[in-house]
Structure formats: C-alpha cells, structure tokens
Design a protein. Structure first.
Length: 277
C-alpha cells in the first residue's frame, strides 16, 4: 500500500509545469490519475514521467480537451468515472495569463473574459460538476491560486490578479459549504515558479530567464534568492490532498513563494520596462 493507492485523482493542466510535477508525485504514491490539457504531445511527456516514477500504465488516464469547453469538462469527469469508478481528489491547477499588447487599466475586455474563463469560471464549473462524486467519496479539492491575488497590487496584470483573488474567496466559501458533507477544499498560492507559464503568454525563453534572474537576485522580490521549482509546489498540493496529514486544514490558501509575499517588493517593480515589453 502506498500513500494514495486506490485513490482517483483529476489534475487539470497536467501537460506542463506544476500540474505535471503533481501528476508525477501522485503516480509515485500509487494514485489513479487523470491527466489533462490541450497538448497531446506534452501530456505524453507527463505520462512517461509518471511511469518512470513507478506509476502503472492502467493507472494513468489521458484526456485531451480544452477545459474552458463545457463538453471538455464533461469528458474529463466521465472518462475518470468510466476508468476508475469514482473521484477522490480534484486538483484545479490549469491557469494562465494572456497578453494582447494592452496593459494596466487599458487591458482589453477580451483579455478579461479569457483570463477569468480559465482561471476562475472553469474552476467553478469543475467543482459544480464533480461535487456529487466528491461527496460520495468524502473527497478533497485543491485549487491553485497565486500570490498575485494580493493583498499587494499587481497593476501590470489586473485581471490575472483579480481572477486569483476571486478564486481565493471562492475557495473559502466552497470549503465551508462542502465540509458539512465531508469534502475538504483548500488552495495553494505559489510565487515565481519556473514553468511554461511565460511561454504560454507568448514570451520567449530569454525573457523568462531575464525575469527570473532579476527576481531571484533581489531580496525585496524573493528573499530565498531562488525561483521555485514545480516540485516544490507539487509537494504542498499532495500534502493538502492527503486527508491523513491535512484533515484539519479547511479553506486555507497556503503560500509557497520563497518569502516574496512577506517583503512585497516584486510587484512594485515595473516589469514592463525591465523586460522591454
Ligand atoms: P504552465 O503554463 O506550465 O501550465 C499550465 C497548464 O494549464 C498546462 O498544462 C496547460 O495545458 C493548462 N491549460 C491552460 N489553459 C488551458 C485550457 N484552456 N484548457 C486545458 N488546459 C489548459 O503554467 P504553471 O504550471 O505555472 O501554472 C499552473 C498554475 O499555477 C496556474 O493556475 C497558474 O496561474 C499558477 N501559478 C503559476 C505561477 C508561476 O510562477 N509559474 C505562480 C503562481 C501561480 P495545455 O497548454 O496543454 O492546454
């Protein structure tokens, strides 16, 4: 018996970054895992890493869909039920920021809808659709937020920041509602983590490396002096999803950011100018 054997876990956004590292960790601990995203090649990389970590092929369910489509959400849930018979854990990790040349208060309404659609609405929809199944198993939900949620302002990306602030409050409300049925809900708030996040915004590797080097070298940005790795966040996600270890934690947003939110200097820098955007 390993830590999660017999548990059925859905991880959205597991074709890259934090979601991939989380899938690998759950596989190591014996879980049955549905991995999902839009990019089938990247999902295959995740699958291979899960098998290398000790996961069994029959315990990996791959679903290639867009999470912002209602049909895509239904496919994730139905194929998990068909394959594993139940849902014990839902990790709402998929998320993104987008750029279209507009910034700050001038960000377009298209951006507003796109960002809220994936970072907030898709989480709400997944929770509504899985609720009955999670109640049956007395399951766990972990949402992935961000320190961008505040309380410091992030004027360069107000919709991304606000979508995560909305998610934090939603986590608290849903946690208090669902704990009466035995379902625990929590969230994780990472700081800067080296993932595909900036690539997904359309920024090249050099810009990401420049931004991360800048943050890591300044104590007012990241006191720990280093950017996080996806594995650092995955450990926390798995801990929160583990009822044996985290049963009394309800509705919390746990920060893992190398100290960034304690000093609050990161958001005060004008990244737009620094990166030449
Ligand atoms: P990545 O870009 O590396 O991973 C994002 C994942 O989300 C990918 O697997 C991507 O899959 C999936 N995704 C995005 N949009 C969709 C969609 N419409 N449908 C289905 N899947 C989608 O970024 P991270 O690992 O960094 O991001 C994970 C979470 O962590 C996000 O919620 C992010 O906001 C949060 N976060 C990240 C931080 C960081 O510094 N990296 C800091 C704070 C929070 P695909 O492209 O295959 O569709």
């Amino acid at each position: 018996m390993t830590r999660f054997s017999g548990k059925s876990v859905i991880i959205t956004g597991s074709s890259n970054g934090i979601g991939r590292a989380t899938a690998v960790l759950f596989a190591r601990y014996g879980a049955q895992v549905t991995i999902t995203g839009r990019d089938s090649d990247r999902l295959e990389v995740t699958r291979q890493k899960m098998l290398k970590a000790g996961g069994l092929p029959e315990n990996v369910n791959v679903v290639v869909v867009n999470l912002t489509d209602s049909d895509g959400q239904d496919q994730i849930i139905q194929s998990t039920l068909n394959r594993f018979g139940k849902i014990d854990v839902l990790i709402n990790n998929a998320g993104a920021n987008f750029m279209d040349g507009t910034m700050n208060t001038d960000q377009s309404m298209d951006l507003y809808h796109k960002i809220f659609r994936i970072n907030f609405q898709a989480v709400v929809e997944m929770i509504k659709k899985t609720k009955e199944h999670l109640i049956k198993t007395k399951g766990e939900i972990v949402n992935i937020s961000a320190i961008a949620a505040g309380p410091q302002a992030l004027p360069i990306a107000p919709y991304y920041a606000a979508s995560k602030a909305a998610l934090d409050q939603y986590t608290r409300c849903v946690a208090v509602d669902l704990i009466q049925y035995g379902v625990r809900v929590n969230s994780v708030s990472p700081g800067v983590v080296t993932t595909g996040f900036m690539n997904a915004m359309g920024l090249p590797d050099q810009i990401q490396e420049k931004a991360e080097a800048f943050m890591a070298s300044r104590k007012e940005c990241i006191p720990a002096g280093v950017c996080g790795k996806p594995e650092d966040i995955a450990e926390l996600i798995v801990f929160l999803a583990d009822r044996k270890r985290a049963s009394y934690i309800i509705g919390q947003s746990i920060v893992a950011d190398g100290g960034s939110s304690l000093v609050g200097g990161m958001h005060a820098h004008d990244l737009k100018d620094m990166l030449g955007l």
